[in-house]
Design a binder for this molecule. Structure first.
Ligand code: SAH
Ligand code: SF4
Ligand code: F3S
Length: 479
């Protein structure tokens, strides 16, 4: 769905200076070129956008795909396509390695289809050494752009298509937030909604502030307008997205808290479920806990990254809370909202981590009893302070990682079965991949449920009796 009719754009005029009209102008030009290419080939041209990394990248990819389909590409899951775009992540080194590995496959496809275009964008492209390497050793990549100019896809692609040359455009800072570009949503019934971009926290291990820039909140009017339009389009669940949603609004001309924003979102008819990601513990207010507790729509799930249970390491990580602060917060949330599930992110092997520090992490895990936890091995990122600190030996890190994973999984198995026998509301998300007679959906607390049902129910809220628990998911029956 595009906001403006491309046929109405006068391409005999010079391109507009202002956004988003400038991009619509280039979409129209790209569409004209693509039309001629399709006529010559006698077949539609396909595009494949592949996303690495977080929900923010996934949302950006929906916008990239929105532009590509608006100009006439047909979406394809297959990477053997006429245009392949990788939206990359660089939060850990293995995300980078995967991209380089897969570029080899794309090169192979391109040898068979020389007109194929290969594009790379996203966080990895904001690293100078990555772009240098691509520039010198990957000449078959046609288009490279970063996170700050992601909205310019149409304009950049036009240069590639019309001038038949490689285009590399990376900005080191963000300019204004561009609204109202086309979006092609992956799900008809749920959607991410950006509320802020970038991050100001500079946790010492993390590259995100360097590749995504400073925190910028979107204007509340724009957020609410987008959510109303999504609701009109059939969306019932939204996920508000930001690296630290709890600091939303501090940078606005008229400051507004995240809790105030949530209260406004709650009023929008048609939206039945509200989720958000990610909450930094240091900024989680009592007001937010109260808004969640009293809300009919905010889901009973909080992702509250711990990173480490050791106060000493939390300080070295620049997280700005102690073990005790975190525990007090998590236990207060459990007390105020007993049916909530709390999930987390934990890093093992941060520089200087001793067995005692690691025991502190295990202690928090045992006390909070997470419904699930993402566990990561610390990965040094160039340019971050922690990369220069003394690293923990691999063998020690792997041993701790295995012990943490076992603990996290044992606890999750115990806590995730607490609603067995109850009937609860499930948003049906898809037909089960392994067994098509089953549907797969999620409870408000984000735990998955599989149950027999027909595909027409996808996107609907239904009541399911949870008949048996299997660690991280339930089996159930519709009632
Ligand atoms: N803004 C979010 C996190 C975004 S990155 C927050 O502050 O919670 C997602 C997760 O990746 C982080 O929570 C952290 O656990 C992990 N991570 C980030 N940098 C990492 C690194 N250098 N090595 C290992 N894990 C890392
Ligand atoms: Fe990275 Fe910390 Fe910002 Fe999260 S809050 S994105 S971990 S710097
Ligand atoms: Fe990765 Fe960028 Fe997200 S580095 S985790 S895709 S913000």
């Amino acid at each position: 769905m595009t906001k403006y009719d491309l046929d109405m754009i006068d391409v005999t005029m010079p391109p507009p200076e202002y956004e988003p009209m400038r991009q619509y102008y280039f979409m129209r030009l790209c569409r004209d070129i693509l039309g001629r290419m399709q006529a010559e080939k006698g077949r539609p041209l396909t595009c494949c956008v592949n996303t690495f990394g977080c929900q923010m990248n996934a949302r950006d990819s929906e916008k990239l795909l929105g532009v590509l389909t608006a100009i006439g590409y047909t979406e394809s899951e297959d990477e053997n396509a006429d245009l392949v775009l990788y939206n990359t992540c660089t939060v850990r080194e293995n995300a980078n390695i995967r991209v380089y590995g897969r570029l080899g496959h794309l090169h192979h496809y391109k040898k068979q289809n020389p007109d194929m275009l290969i594009g790379l964008c996203g966080c990895m492209m904001q690293e100078q050494k990555v772009v240098d390497k691509l520039r010198s050793s990957y000449p078959f990549v046609d288009l490279i752009f970063g996170t700050h100019n992601v909205y310019k896809l149409a304009e950049l692609l036009y240069s590639v298509l019309s001038e038949k040359r490689r285009v590399i455009d990376i900005w080191d800072k963000a300019e204004a937030i561009v609204e109202d570009l086309p979006v092609n949503r992956k799900y008809s019934f749920k959607s991410g909604v950006n509320i802020s971009f970038g991050c100001n926290n500079f946790c010492t291990y993390c590259i995100v502030p360097y590749v995504r820039g400073r925190e910028r909140s979107r204007a509340p009017e724009d957020i609410l307008k987008e959510i109303r339009a999504l609701a009109d389009d059939g969306v019932i669940e939204i996920m508000l997205l930001g690296q630290n949603v709890n600091s939303y609004g501090k940078d606005l001309e008229t400051p507004m808290t995240f809790s105030e924003l949530l209260r406004e979102v709650e009023k929008i008819d048609g939206i039945k479920r509200i989720r958000f990601m990610t909450s930094h513990p240091k900024d989680l207010s009592d007001e937010l806990i109260a808004v969640m507790r009293d809300s009919q729509k905010i889901c009973r799930h909080l992702h509250l990254p711990l990173q480490s249970g050791s106060t000493k390491l939390l300080k070295a990580m620049n997280r700005k809370y102690t073990k005790e602060d975190y525990l007090a917060l998590a236990l207060k949330i459990r007390r105020e909202i007993p049916e909530i599930s709390i999930t987390t992110d934990i890093i093992v092997g941060f520089p200087g981590e001793t067995e005692e520090d690691f025991q502190d992490t295990l202690d928090v895990v045992r006390k909070v009893r997470y419904e699930s936890a993402f566990t990561f091995i610390y990965s040094p990122r160039t340019g971050t302070p922690a990369a220069k600190m003394e690293q923990v030996p691999d063998k020690v890190v792997h041993d701790r990682f295995d012990r943490l994973l076992a603990e996290v999984q044992d606890i999750a198995k115990e806590v995730c079965c607490r609603d067995t026998g109850k009937t609860m509301e499930v948003l049906v998300e898809e037909v089960n991949e392994k067994d098509p007679s089953l549907l797969t959906g999620r409870l408000s607390n984000h735990i998955m449920v599989h149950f027999p049902g027909c595909p027409e129910l996808v996107g609907r809220l239904v009541h399911v009796k949870l008949t048996s628990a299997h660690g991280f998911y339930y089996h159930g029956e519709m009632v």
